[in-house]
Structures are given as C-alpha cells and as structure tokens.
Design a protein around this ligand. Structure first.
Ligand SMILES: Nc1nc2c([nH]c(=O)n2[C@H]2C[C@H](O)[C@@H](COP(=O)(O)OP(=O)(O)OP(=O)(O)O)O2)c(=O)[nH]1
Ligand SMILES: [Mg+2]
Length: 132
C-alpha cells in the first residue's frame, strides 16, 4: 500500500465562510471542489508544504503559528491511501487569488454539502460545521 501525504486548509474569513477551490478539469477529481493544499514533498514539514502551496495556488502568505490542526482524512483510494491533515487558518496576508486557473468560492459550512468534493473530504465537513 502506498501512503500519500497531502496537507489542506480551511481558510475561514471574518463571516465564517470557508474557501473552496475547483480542481482543474484535466487533474484527478477534475471539476470537484477541494480545500486548498497539496502533496508534501520529501524534504518538507507538513506546515512548510502548506505555506508553499498557499503561496503558489492563492498568492497569500500564512505564518506557521496561524495554522491550527483541526482533524484529518484517512481514505483508501484505489491506488493510494490518502492521509490528509486539515488545518484551520483565520489569518493570512494578501488576497486569495486563483493563480492556477482554478475557480474559488467562499462557502458557508452549511452549504458545503452542495459542492461535490473528493470522497476523502466528506467526513471533514461535519468537523467544520461543529467548529464554525
Ligand atoms: N488539496 C487537496 N487535495 C485533496 C483533497 N481531497 C483529496 O482527496 N485530495 C487529493 C487529490 C489529489 O490526489 C491529492 C492532492 O493532489 P494535488 O494534485 O492537489 O497536489 P498538488 O497541489 O501538490 O499538485 P501537483 O503539483 O501534484 O499538480 O489529494 C482536498 O480537499 N484538498
Ligand atoms: Mg493542490
């Protein structure tokens, strides 16, 4: 079994909305909505990987101290087992922009189930509903 470590974040705005990004059509799970983030490289800590992904994908800067662990996903996909810590972050600098052609939406947690997300994400939503 191959274990894949991916880090993701629920960015929460002052209204309590969470940022979702629509995966580009050509990628795995293309067209589905996800939490921003990506794969942790061999040389990186999970937090450093997330800070890098947020800069690359959204053009925002996040301090490690502003990343609070919330929960994680552990999900068996056909070819890989995904382990994905989910952080919550309410403070960053800059304005989130779609730098990789993705569509972005700020979504109320109560509405998140209306967005098709990868199967691993489904159990995460109730944790956000409890928190927000
Ligand atoms: N970022 C993110 N990835 C997720 C979520 N749910 C989920 O199953 N995944 C899976 C989809 C992918 O198989 C993997 C993340 O891969 P990715 O393609 O986004 O990785 P990356 O940002 O490093 O992009 P790349 O350089 O590999 O193109 O994790 C989620 O909510 N957010
Ligand atoms: Mg990504």
């Amino acid at each position: 079994m191959k274990l894949l470590l991916v880090v993701a974040v629920a960015l929460v705005d002052p209204d309590g909305r969470v940022l979702l990004a629509r995966r580009p059509d050509h990628k795995e799970f293309g067209g589905m909505w996800e939490f921003p983030g990506g794969k942790v490289e061999a040389s990186e800590s999970p937090e450093a990987a997330l800070i890098r992904e947020l800069r690359e994908e959204l053009g925002i800067d996040v301090q490690e101290a502003c990343l609070a662990p919330l929960t994680f996903a552990s999900h068996a996909y056909p070819n890989v087992h995904l382990l994905m810590p989910l952080y919550v972050c309410r403070r960053w600098s800059g304005v989130a922009q779609a730098l990789e052609g993705q569509e972005l939406r700020w979504v109320r947690p109560q509405k998140m189930r209306e967005f098709a997300m990868p199967p691993a994400d489904e159990p995460l939503i109730s944790h956000l509903l409890d928190l927000l």
